[in-house]
Design a protein around this ligand. Structure first.
Ligand SMILES: *Cc1c(COP(=O)(O)O)cnc(C)c1O
Length: 287
């Protein structure tokens, strides 16, 4: 705690980390290099944000963290109520308008009987950093790769394809997983394409069940827009009207280009309408 106060006094951009029962500045936290998170990329995480300093859809995020963790053979070292306590305390300590949080559960040092019995748990609190405005206005580029995201229901820390897959496209914000030309999701977002006025997105079995994805599908259906749960095809990009990706921090981000194919419209009427619907419902998800 003393370190934290001194840190704050120095007036640096405030980032905090909760680990082992303490909140400290980010630089003061380290985890052992023996952790399988460091050595093998074993671990899960979840990201959420605040609006008006209140966490958004926290219960849904924590349920997914628990499911990701369970699927990997890790029992959460804190129960959900304790994690909520950590999140609320961290948000209150942050000296900024809005906060984004990443909650991590590592594999720990040991793999035994198919389980990781000694995971490490930490939460990083940072000032909310949204993508630059021009990304929303001009849209972003995605780099398609011909592979599945491994274990799509797990929000894993393993992001190697997300880096390797866009080394040749310096403009690309994320890679887009397209096994055999079927678009599933991008490296850290859910993907939607508007084809003949319908919103097409991969079925839940094939992707991470994104919290924004759930909200957008619900809002679209409630407002009478047609949602088709099938993988959009790379071969349909040339005839599609719009595409966008979603995530809890980025909300709805229009796509301008996928590989060498350009979308007909960027931030077109469907993307804008959904963003409008979403903004009107934010309050319902604050906890
Ligand atoms: C985090 C993530 C998302 C977005 O999830 P939200 O719950 O909407 O924030 C989508 N796909 C992948 C692969 C992700 O890692």
């Amino acid at each position: 705690m003393v370190e934290y106060m001194a840190y704050k006094k120095r007036g640096r951009k405030l980032k905090l980390c909760y680990y082992n029962g303490e909140f400290k500045s980010l630089e003061e936290i380290s985890i052992p290099i023996t952790d399988l998170l460091v050595q093998r990329g074993v671990g899960v995480f979840d990201t959420l944000r605040t609006y008006r300093k209140r966490p958004h859809a926290m219960s849904i995020h924590l349920k997914r963290l628990e499911e990701s963790s369970h699927a990997l053979g890790i029992k959460l070292p804190l129960d959900i109520q304790q994690i909520i306590g950590v999140i609320r305390k961290g948000i209150a300590m942050m000296d900024c308008e809005e906060v984004q949080m990443r909650i991590y559960v590592s594999g720990g040092d040991v793999f035994e009987d198919g389980q990781f019995p000694h995971p490490r748990f930490f939460v990083i609190f940072e000032p909310l950093e949204k993508a630059p405005r021009e990304n929303y206005e001009r849209g972003v580029a995605l780099a398609p790769i011909d592979m599945d995201r491994p274990f799509p229901h797990i929000k894993s820390v393993f992001y190697l394809p997300a880096y390797v897959g866009r080394r040749d496209d310096k403009e690309a914000l994320e890679v887009l997983y397209c096994p055999d030309g079927e678009i599933t999701e991008s490296s850290s977002s859910s993907f939607f394409m508007v084809i003949d006025g319908r919103i097409v997105t991969a079925p839940t079995e094939k992707v991470l069940d994104g919290v924004m994805r759930q909200i957008i599908i619900k809002l679209a259906e409630e407002s009478g827009l047609k949602v088709e749960m099938r993988c959009p095809l790379l071969s349909e990009v040339s005839t599609a009207q719009e595409a966008f990706i979603t995530g809890s921090i980025k909300e709805i981000l229009p796509v301008r280009r996928i590989g060498s194919q350009h979308l007909a419209q960027v931030n077109g009427p469907v993307s804008q309408y959904l963003q409008h619907l979403y903004s009107a419902k934010i309050e319902d998800y604050l906890e």
